[in-house]
Design a protein around this ligand. Sequence first.
Ligand SMILES: [Mg+2]
Length: 418
Amino acid sequence: MNQITPPALFVCLQHRHNGQQLRVIQHSPDSSAPMLWAMDAQGKLHELPMGPELAGTWHLHDAPVLSAKDPARILGCLLAGAAGDALGAPVEFMSWSEIERIFGPGGIRTMAEAYGRRGAITDDTQMMLFTAEGLLRAQVRAEAHGLCHPPSVVHHALLRWLLTQGQSPEKEMEPDGWLVKERRLWARRAPGNTCLSALAASSHFGEQAQNNSKGCGGVMRVAPCAFFDNAFELASDSARFTHGHPSGYLAAGLFADILHRLWQHGYSLEAACTAALAAHGDLPGMEETRLLVERALRLYQSGEQPTPRRIEELGGGWVAEEALAIGLWCALSANSLEEGIILAVNHSGDSDSTGLIAGNLLGLIHGPQAIPAHWLSELELKDVITQIAADLCFVPLRYWDYDDTDVSDWIWQRYPGW
Ligand SMILES: [Mg+2]
């Protein structure tokens, strides 16, 4: 290992003598005393000095996943979600016959051009990143002030996304934090009208949308909620800032809850779906979502394989419960992450959102190594997505209000608590 260059985020280090394995989740910004932080299989944080001591004790090791709660699964979830979004982006508005005519009978399988480049992410990934940022700022706020309503802080983050779309919220606000300063996010990628208009109309943080929309713009952005307690409530409450129909926000809650069970308990996807339905399926307003998720489960259990035509039986994915059901059926049925995402983008409906949902699920299950390298090499904003994933692992473990080192200050600068 080079003694000066820090090992890349999410690489695995193995102890030269006792074999212990750690996952790198952050680099210190202090170049005079460079450090890195890594997490062990039990979720404990280790602070390692850089330089000869590090190289003498640890070497790089290739470990796919260390445990159910390996931070690499968080990276896999976000990165594979973005890859599914980017793979689906060129065909979002195409019917299956158009896709087949342009890309052949196997459909789209490699990154193609959308928005002027290959591997372009869309509004789905942008909003997923701002949701993650909001959750981190809520975490910092709760630690610093004790009092915090996390969904309202997520709402604030979504309003920063609105600024990147060239629109101003009714409420005046400072575009602070590092994410909104990332110029590559200031790009319109067919943002959903419901999201734009609901956010533009909101007059205070935490105000629920005054519409009856159940578009998939709520469910497609909530994966980061899975890595916090109360994933269901966090996701459904934050989807409700843009989508007022129960299917619009409850499908988001159910999706985050399924992801949370995969991550927290290492369930199989089928078991996670069944447990999530048992916990939340009887809520008032959940009827449509429950019906479609149960249908996706039955299709999988009876050995039916998703095809572009059969996916249409679940709908086009333009609304939340359909997008969730399509993403689930493709993820359940696939033999690999690559196959599942390809199934999820090749149909006449909302390919980028269903690709992102299948990608979030399969990336969490299989880890980032399962994502085809030829997709990743072209994926836009890979560095930003990786940094957000690392911060989702690091910030909740390392931000303390009463901290005499400058690490908490540094975190506060990046994720100010409001
Ligand atoms: Mg999109």
